[in-house]
Design a protein around this ligand. Structure first.
Ligand code: NAD
Length: 464
């Protein structure tokens, strides 16, 4: 057994462990007070600092930061505040007749000391979103944000320090080694958001202590557009979904499967709408952000270079500027199946499109790959929509739009198998950070009292 005393985070972990019952037994009002403090920090005290940090990290426009980083956490807080009283209540369940004399209920008890590891692409949203659920459920929390967005991580560290003692919530900035050391500790739950590759490392580390995990992962999320769709609206929404955050969104449409009769119209609409959204010089647009770092910039420009030298056609875009990691919104047709564009999760502003003739083709194609995090459908045919939904598997989806499923806290958010394990948001987030303790209370003498040894013939007859 490894000596955890030398682990740099063991001391805080131990203090959180000692504090877990105090935090876990906090009242509804006490938890609301904490959520309110976080709300004020995001909405007032740190709002401008968050915007500036996101701009410094990858030139994210202020309005996009408000919409995609701050707003989703505020709605998560509002939803939790409106529902927490009922979530915290013991949940009565029926008791079968054979157990007469007893009553049964489920206690949502806090898991205890939890670890949140978050990614860089929506750092505020994907760190504080799960934190809201963890606080609502009465846990202590250690947070490790991504090293790739250091400005965002610094503001979050300041907020956490401002609002919490570190025996309740602590945040550790730093490189991958920080995660590696944290993952050695016997947490009661790990909530990880990131890539499937690192998700496997997290799950392996968690298995050592049989720590439960929520894994919010990624992958290639397809969009199907059939010939009944309102193509103009579909292209507008697709561009919004794909190029917000410059495509660095886990549920962004990764690639399009397009009915072949729509090809020419799709190409011209795409060029027209890109200009409407970002002018004909996206680099100068105040509405378009950058790639997070040189490593990802080189990966993505590598895809474009590959497309220039294989059977692909770059229909629109393709330009880039390494000085600030700009990549133009890019549309690619006919990328070969073995190209990186069709194999890797793109996570950037490049949209490959494949055409199909009959609806069975996109369904078979999607089913030949890992289950996606999201699947989007543009169609007016309910028969086609039903056919696609019932013959594919995915974590979530939208019909005639994309991304918006993330914003409804009545819906569980998460993937399936390679795209994730477990769900978050609203009650599902509260549930992820709670243990459902099964309780039974015996009130009077019950039927089962008749079945204790000695096992006589009379007792045998009772159960026959
Ligand atoms: P990542 O997996 O590289 O990193 C995520 C976090 O894990 C970071 O905090 C990082 O420090 C840590 N980490 C990296 N390597 C590690 C290792 N070897 N051991 C322990 N910890 C390690 O992911 P990323 O690049 O930050 O984010 C992009 C990925 O995240 C994409 O696959 C995307 O689809 C996915 N994602 C999923 C969701 C979702 O909600 N399902 C949301 C956003 C991003």
């Amino acid at each position: 057994m490894e000596d955890l005393n030398s682990n740099p985070y063991h001391e805080v972990f131990t203090r959180q462990k000692a504090n877990q019952f105090k935090i876990g037994n906090s009242t509804y009002k006490e938890r609301i007070k904490k959520l309110d403090a976080l709300k004020t920090a995001l909405e007032v005290n740190y709002k401008q600092k968050i915007r500036e940090a996101m701009y410094a990290d990858f030139k994210k426009p202020f309005l996009e930061t408000d919409l995609t980083e701050i707003y989703p956490v505020l709605t998560e807080i509002k939803f939790a505040k409106n529902n927490l009283k009922s979530w915290m209540k013991d949940q009565k369940v029926d008791t079968p007749l054979a157990l007469l004399g007893a009553s049964s209920y489920i206690v949502y008890e806090p898991k205890g000391v939890c670890l949140i590891i978050s990614p860089w692409n929506f750092p505020i949203n994907l760190t504080f979103g799960p934190l809201v659920s963890a606080i609502a459920a009465g846990n202590t929390v250690i947070i490790k944000p991504s090293e790739m967005t250091p400005n965002a991580s610094k503001v979050m560290a300041d907020i956490v320090k401002d609002l919490f003692q570190d025996d309740e919530v602590a945040l550790f900035e730093g490189e991958v080694e920080v995660s590696e050391n944290l993952l050695k500790l016997p947490f009661n739950h790990i909530f990880f958001t990131g890539s499937p590759q690192v998700g496997k490392i997290v799950m392996k580390a968690a298995s050592k202590h049989l720590t439960s995990v929520t894994l919010e992962l990624g992958g290639k999320s397809p969009t199907i557009i059939d010939d009944s769709a309102n193509l103009e609206k579909a292209v507008e929404k697709l561009i919004f979904g794909k190029f917000t955050n410059a495509g660095q969104t886990c549920i962004a449409p990764d690639y399009v499967l397009l009915q072949d009769t729509l090809e020419e119209k799709f190409k011209s609409l795409f060029k027209e709408k890109i200009k409407t959204f970002y002018t004909d010089n996206a680099e100068a647009s105040e509405s378009y952000c950058r790639i997070v770092n040189a490593k990802h910039f080189e990966r993505l420009t590598g895809y474009i270079e590959e497309a220039k030298h294989n059977t692909s056609t770059i229909v629109s875009g393709g330009a880039s500027n390494s000085s600030d990691h700009f990549i133009e919104p890019t549309l690619v047709f006919d990328a070969p199946e073995d190209s990186k564009l069709m194999q890797d999760e793109i996570f950037g502003p490049i949209l490959p499109v494949k055409t199909f003739t009959s609806l069975q083709e996109p369904v078979d194609y999607i089913n030949s790959k890992e289950k996606p995090l999201a699947l989007y459908i543009y169609s007016k045919s309910s028969k086609n929509i039903d056919f696609i939904i019932s013959n594919t598997r995915a974590g979530s989806g939208c019909v005639n739009h994309n991304l918006l499923q993330f914003l409804n806290h009545n819906l569980p958010f998460g993937g399936s198998n390679n795209s994730g394990i477990g769900k978050s948001h609203g009650f599902f987030g509260f549930e992820a950070f709670s243990n459902k303790r099964a309780m039974m209370k015996q009130h009077t003498m019950g039927a089962t009292d008749l079945l204790t040894p000695p096992y006589t013939n009379f007792k045998q007859k009772l159960i026959d």
